[in-house]
Design a protein. Sequence first.
Length: 100
Amino acid sequence: MQLAADGGIDGITNGIKPDWNIFGAIGTKVKIIVGVVMAGAVLFLLGSAIVGAVHIRVGNQQHNTMETKKGQTMVASSLLGLFAVASMSTLFGIVYGFAI
């Protein structure tokens, strides 16, 4: 209700963008490039997870356990990579904090 009363979408999109914390001093162009690279990695990993799901489906239909196992491995590794990319700014902040 509060977001609708403000009349802007900035309240919603600011929650999605990463919080740069200590890296806030880097330039706007660098932030855009990092965002594009992260978005590309996310799309690639989601595509890889979909291909893994297809391998699982085909393996189950053909009773091919090797194909099913390959699909399970692809899905698991894609989702793990997706988690790592999504939390990259937090991980960098923690590592930087430990270095100080």
